[in-house]
Design a protein around this ligand. Structure first.
Ligand SMILES: NC(=O)c1ccc[n+]([C@@H]2O[C@H](COP(=O)([O-])OP(=O)(O)OC[C@H]3O[C@@H](n4cnc5c(N)ncnc54)[C@H](O)[C@@H]3O)[C@@H](O)[C@H]2O)c1
Length: 323
C-alpha cells in the first residue's frame, strides 16, 4: 500500500515512556506515525533517544524534535487523521516546585494542539489526563461521574484544565475529544522518577529506597501495554464527541505490597529509608474501568507480577548495562 494511504497519527511526547510504546503498536499495525517531542531533560534524554532510534529507518515514521509551545512549528504539520496528545510536564511533586512552567506546557500546550486540530481539521483528539484529577476522593472506586474540581497539585490542576479546554473545542469546532485518565503506569521504559523504576534500580544497586509514609498508601498500577490498548480504543472510537474515560487496572496495591513484589522479582531485599508523607500525594487511587470496557472493550490483562517481570527484563538489559 502507498504509505500516504495509511492513517496518519501525531503522537506528542512520543519519545517518552507511554508514547514510544504507542508508536511501536501503531507502526506494527500499519499506521504512519509522526512524533513531536522536545526531548525535555526532566529525565536523561539518552533514554528518549533510545526509545525513538529503533524506528529511524522506517519510512512510516517521522520524528520532529520540537516544542508544543512553538506555534510556527505546529503550523507545518499536515495531513493528520488523529492526534494523541501525551506531551506534558509530568510528575506531581516537581509541579509543586515549578507550578508556572507546568501550566505553560500542560495548559497552553494542550490548547496549541487543539488549535492545530482546529486549523487542520483533525477530527480525533486523544488527551492524556491523569488519575490525579480526582484529588482526595473518598468514593472508591473512582468513577468518571465523580466531582473532580478539587485538584491538590498544580499538575492535577493542569490536567483538569486540559479536559475542560478539550470540551470547549469539541463543542465549538467538531473535534472528537477523548480524555483518558491514566492510573500509575508501569512497565519497560517507565520514567526513572516513578517509584517502581527508582525502587528497582536502588534495590539492584544495594542503595536505600525513600519510602514516603507508612506503606499503606494504595495505587492502581496499570501495565503500559494495557494503557496502549486503551489509547488505541480511544483513537478508533466513533461514538459521542466528548468523553472522559479512566484507564486503570481496576485493583489496588499498597506501597508495602509493591515493595515486596519488587523484592521478589529482583531477588534482593530493599533497604527502607522512611520519609514523611509528601504534600500533593494522595493516599489512594482506584479506577472504576467499566466505562472504558463499555466504550472501547478495554480489558487490562497483565498481572502486576507479570508486568514487574517484564520491567525487570528491560531494566537489566537496557539501563544497567549502559550505566
Ligand atoms: N506515567 C504515568 O503513570 C502517567 C499517569 C497519568 C498521566 N500520565 C500522562 O501521560 C503522558 C505521558 O507520560 P509518560 O509517563 O510517558 O511521561 P514521559 O515524560 O516519559 O513522556 C512525556 C514526553 O513529553 C515530552 N515533552 C515534555 N514537554 C514537551 C513540550 N513542551 N513539547 C514537546 N514534548 C514535550 C517529553 O520530552 C517526554 O518525552 C503525560 O501527559 C503524563 O502526564 C502519565
Amino acid at each position: 500500500m502507498n504509505s500516504l494511504n495509511k492513517p496518519h497519527v501525531l503522537i506528542t511526547g512520543g519519545a517518552g515512556f507511554i508514547g514510544s510504546h504507542l508508536a511501536d503498536s501503531l507502526l506494527e499495525d500499519g499506521y504512519r506515525v509522526s512524533v513531536l517531542d522536545n526531548l525535555d531533560p526532566y529525565y536523561p534524554v539518552e533514554l528518549k533517544r533510545i526509545n525513538v532510534s529503533q524506528h529511524e529507518s522506517n519510512p512510516d515514521y517521522t520524528f520532529i524534535e520540537g516544542d508544543i509551545l512553538d506555534k510556527e512549528l505546529l503550523d507545518g504539520i499536515n495531513d493528520l487523521d488523529g492526534i494523541v496528545h501525551l506531551a506534558a510536564r509530568a510528575g506531581v511533586r516537581p509541579s509543586i516546585k515549578d507550578p508556572v512552567s507546568y501550566m505553560e506546557t500542560n495548559v497552553k500546550g494542550t490548547q496549541n494542539m487543539l488549535e492545530l486540530a482546529r486549523a487542520k481539521e483533525v477530527k480525533q483528539f486523544v488527551f492524556a489526563s491523569s488519575s490525579s484529577v480526582y484529588g482526595i476522593n473518598p468514593n472508591v472506586p473512582w468513577s468518571e461521574s465523580d466531582y473532580v474540581l478539587k485538584p491538590i497539585s498544580p499538575y492535577a490542576a493542569s490536567k483538569v484544565s486540559g479536559e475542560l479546554i478539550g470540551h470547549t473545542y469539541s463543542h465549538l469546532y467538531g473535534i472528537r475529544f477523548i480524555a483518558l485518565r491514566f492510573f500509575t503506569v508501569f512497565g519497560p521504559r517507565q520514567r526513572p522518577d516513578l517509584a517502581i523504576n527508582k525502587f528497582a534500580r536502588h534495590i539492584l544497586q544495594g542503595k536505600s529506597i525513600p519510602v514516603f509514609g507508612d506503606g499503606t498508601t494504595r495505587r492502581d498500577y496499570t501495565y503500559v501495554a494495557d494503557i496502549v490498548s486503551g489509547i488505541r480504543g480511544a483513537l478508533a472510537y466513533q461514538g459521542s464527541m466528548y468523553e472522559i474515560v479512566n484507564l486503570g487496572a481496576g485493583r489496588t496495591i499498597s506501597l508495602a505490597e509493591m515493595i515486596e513484589a519488587i523484592e521478589e522479582v529482583i531477588g534482593q531485599k530493599a533497604i527502607i529509608d522512611r520519609q514523611p508523607e509528601q504534600p500533593g500525594d494522595v493516599p489512594l487511587t482506584s479506577a472504576d474501568i467499566t466505562k472504558a470496557n463499555q466504550l472501547f472493550g478495554y480489558q487490562p490483562n497483565t498481572t502486576f507480577k507479570q508486568g514487574l517481570e517484564n520491567f525487570r527484563e528491560w531494566l537489566i538489559a537496557s539501563v544497567l548495562q549502559n550505566s
